[in-house]
Structure formats: C-alpha cells, structure tokens
Design a protein around this ligand. Structure first.
Ligand code: UDP
Ligand code: MG
Length: 316
C-alpha cells in the first residue's frame, strides 16, 4: 500500500464527507493505493456516525473512536501504531489543508528520499493577532532551540516515511514538535513544502491562545530531554557538585578566619553574623539536593528497561 492518511478529528461533522471525497478523488486519479485512518478524538457530534456510514461503502476507511477527548497527539499516536502505508500523511479534518497536495508530498518522500516533508502555510488564513503573530515567534523559538529549520512546525499537513512514525513516541502535546522528535531519533532528511491553506469553512478551532504557553513549556521539555534525558547526572550532578564545592569552600574559609581571629585573641566576630555563612549553607544544601535529583534520575533510567536509546539504520 502506498499511503496511510491519518486524520485526527474532534467534532468535525460538517467537513468529513467532502474531505473524504476529495482525498478519494485525488488518490484514485493519481493511481495511489491508500487507507485512511480517521481517529475520532471523543467527538460529541455526528462525526462518528458519518464515518460509520462512509465505512460501509468504502473499505479503505479505517477508524478509531476514543472513549473521550485525549488530544491530537494521542489521536496521531493511535493511528501511527496501526498505519500500513509506505508513506504516512497526516492532515487536519477541518478542510484548512488541501487534499490535492497529497501526490506531491508522496513523491517527495518516495523519489527525493526525504524522511519528513512538513507543510508550510506561507499564506495563512487565520486570525492575525491570536494566531499568525504569536505563531511566528513560536516557530522562531522552536527553530532556535531544536536546530530543525522549519517555518511552520505546527502545520497539520505532513508526510512521513513509515519508519519515522513507527520510531517516535508522540505524547502529551508533542504533535507540534514531531519533526523535532524525529530529528532527535536520527531522521535528518527533513524538508518543507509550501502548501495552500484556507480559513476554516465549518466549525471553530479546537485550540485557544493557551496553545502558545503550552507550546513553549513543551519546547523547554524537549530541549532538556534531548540534551540530558539520557544522562541526568551530567546536568544535575555537575551543577550540584559545583554548588556544593563553592559552599563548602566558603564555609571552610569562614571557619579558618574564625580560628585565626581566635588565635589573635579576637572573640567578637560571630560566624553567624557574616552573610556568607548563609550563602554557604544554602549552596551546600541545594548542591546536595541537585546531586540527589540527578542520581535518582539515573536510577529511574536504569530501572526502565524498555527505554529505547537508539534507532539503527542498518547492520551489515
Ligand atoms: N483535534 C483533535 N483533538 C483535539 C483537538 C483537535 O483531534 O483535542 C483535531 C481537529 O478536529 C482538527 C485538527 O486536530 O482536525 C486541528 O485542530 P484545529 O483545526 O482546531 O487547530 P488549528 O487549525 O486551529 O490549529
Ligand atoms: Mg484547523
């Protein structure tokens, strides 16, 4: 099978039929064999009924229904696990993305041998203040932190080699950063393609402006996990040890200068009157805590035997 098309959806009853018929048409006229994975992420409207009806006529439809709303990342993950196509394409269900882009995305993966082709909504049709401007900042930060040079991380329309979606673990709200997850897993042939975009014809957006705050926190997590996730001691241990040593040397110095004073017969200077005493104390305590945090991190990694540290390209 050439293609698995993965479509997460939450209350998108109005667009599903048109979406399916456009996908079906474009795939058939380009001789692409395909399956569609609809993932109903806890819709409360008629979305699931519409999918069931379509399924009766079109066996190339597969669908998963979540018992409640788990989120877009979980929806993608559930379909990624089950996808059979050689190329996996994700798209939103709201018709903001154009199914007509599918053949070209497919070509780029198969012929130009890219691991990921990410859509770039160069000309965007969303609200300027609540989406376009914050999203520019957000993408700039993501580029800087991840070293993956895409203009539009969060575009719903993306194409992947099958192996990519099988190797990454999309959890939490990480659907925004799939290219970064993939790059961290060793898939480096990532590019983007300008895609068409239109305003939402039906329904309303499922994400508010809180997406940017969450997005930034996830970015920090991602950066941190990719750098130190496999070896927490290198961060916590190093910072902790350093703090402890500075604290300990300060305390030592306080003690020695006290002894010198005493040997000279000066008794008035109490160590506890010196601000350095408190600084030294705090640094020793915090240093120890950080060290212990790093140590516990290492222990957790050691216990978690399922932890997959590497993807192998080839063994000869
Ligand atoms: N979606 C989902 N689960 C959610 C939120 C959204 O499956 O919890 C789907 C939604 O139905 C749509 C896609 O994810 O197909 C993108 O959502 P939306 O269009 O609301 O995002 P935006 O285009 O505003 O970024
Ligand atoms: Mg949308």
């Amino acid at each position: 099978m050439n293609l698995s098309i993965v479509i997460p959806l939450l209350n998108e009853e109005a667009s599903l039929e048109e979406l399916f018929s456009r996908i079906n048409h474009v795939c058939q006229s380009n001789d692409l064999t395909y399956e569609i994975w609809f993932v109903d992420d806890g819709s409360t409207d008629l979305s699931w009924n519409i999918i069931e009806n379509l399924k009766v006529q079109y066996p190339q439809i597969r669908a998963i229904k979540f018992s409640r709303n788990y989120g877009k990342s979980q929806a993608l993950h559930a379909a990624f696990e089950r996808a059979n196509g050689e190329v996996v394409i994700t798209m939103d269900a709201d018709l903001q993305d154009f199914p007509e882009e599918i053949p070209e995305l497919y070509q780029m993966i198969v012929e130009d041998n890219y691991d990921i082709v990410s859509g770039w909504k160069k000309k965007r049709f969303d609200n300027v203040m609540t989406k376009n401007v914050p999203s520019k900042l957000f993408n700039a930060a993501a580029r800087k932190v991840s070293g993956v040079y895409l203009h539009d991380f969060n575009c719903g329309l993306k194409a992947y080699k099958k192996q990519v979606v099988k190797s990454i673990d999309v959890y939490g709200d990480m659907h925004r950063y799939i290219p970064v997850l993939a790059a961290n897993a060793g898939f480096r042939r990532i590019t983007e393609k300008e895609v068409q975009h239109q305003a939402r014809p039906y329904g309303s957006s499922k994400f508010g402006t809180e997406r940017f705050i969450r997005g930034f926190l996830d970015l920090v997590t991602l950066w941190f996990v990719s750098r130190f996730g496999g070896r927490p001691m290198h961060f916590f241990g190093a910072v902790g040890t350093l703090m402890f040593i500075v604290g300990f040397l300060s305390a030592l110095w306080l003690g020695i200068s006290k002894l010198i004073d005493v040997s000279k017969g000066i008794y008035g200077h109490l160590i506890t009157n010196n601000p350095w005493f408190y600084i030294a104390l705090t640094m020793m305590i915090m240093g120890t805590l950080l060290f212990v945090a790093g140590f516990l991190g290492e222990m957790i990694i050691r216990t978690n035997r399922e932890h997959k540290n590497y993807n192998i390209d080839e063994i000869i």
